[in-house]
Design a protein. Structure first.
Ligand code: AKG
Length: 265
């Protein structure tokens, strides 16, 4: 398909005014299903090849480890193609505008019995306060709830801007004494559903307390085309274009190569 054929103005793909309002107020919404059954099977198959105990894990000795892997798109052309899915990008366009870069993707499998949490944080916290708000899309490959390590969020918490984070190992965490979690809610998802949230929304996932329900999530993030490092002023032109001038890119390409090792440092 040519870029011109993939212009994403189709009103059937768009969020309603009420959904946009809710996203703006609460900082998250559920999109329901964006991918069809065959697409979800392909995503699951590719994901399971890459997100394994053998490849990379998060967690700790006491509570248990679980598979994690960053930038699945580098290793799977099929997954890279889904990052350019027109429906997902139609929604991203309503939030981010006509010029969008792909920021990051990661697979996180909270496997049964792994009690390790990913503690309260904002996704911007991982950037050490260097960049603007961006958009996180969280695809539940399995049903996800509080029991099996699903998301907890603090509705509206994105509106107060970036909170201070400290590093606990590889995790950026908001210290407990600086956070009121009384209003937090579980953000459950059925298998195949996509949740989207602001990178400033305060959220966590607890451990998977079940014996037999894995909780695989594929997280895809997008940012504005002019996303930049507020310290150096540099545009993140190592992030591939997803949409340019309202037209979906044919493939993920950036002006500068992306170096995963450097980004992790
Ligand atoms: O899926 C998870 O367990 C954690 C997801 C998360 O916190 C994130 O993507 O920022």
């Amino acid at each position: 398909m040519s870029g011109a054929e993939k212009t994403i103005g189709d009103p059937e793909m768009a969020l309603s005014e009420a959904q946009l309002e809710s996203f703006s107020h609460q900082g998250f919404i559920s999109l329901g299903r964006i991918f069809d059954d065959a697409q979800l099977r392909t995503i699951s198959t590719e994901y399971d090849l890459l997100v394994t105990d053998e490849a990379q894990v998060l967690g700790n000795d006491e509570e248990g480890f679980f598979p994690y892997r960053a930038m699945l798109n580098f290793r799977s052309p099929a997954l890279a193609a889904f990052i350019l899915h027109p429906h997902l990008l139609a929604i991203a366009q309503q939030i981010l505008g006509d010029d969008i870069r792909f920021w990051w993707d990661q697979g996180i499998n909270k496997k049964p019995g792994s009690g390790s949490p990913i503690a309260w944080h904002q996704d911007n916290g991982y950037q050490r306060g260097r960049t603007q708000e961006f958009l996180t899309c969280w695809l539940a490959l399995d049903a996800s709830d509080t029991e099996n390590g699903g998301l907890n969020v603090i509705p509206g918490s994105h509106q107060a801007g970036l909170r201070p984070h400290t590093w606990e190992g590889v995790h950026a965490v908001i210290p407990g004494d600086q956070l009121d979690t009384a209003d937090s809610v579980g953000l459950d998802a059925r298998a195949g559903e996509v949740l989207i949230f602001s990178s400033l929304l305060v959220h966590q996932t607890l451990g998977n307390l079940t014996a037999d329900r894995q909780r695989r999530a594929w997280v895809i993030q997008y940012c504005r085309g002019d996303q930049h490092n507020e310290v150096t002023g540099e545009i993140y032109d190592n992030r591939a274009w997803a949409v340019k001038g309202g037209v979906v890119a044919d493939s993920l390409e950036s002006e500068r190569p992306f170096d995963l090792v450097r980004e992790r440092a």
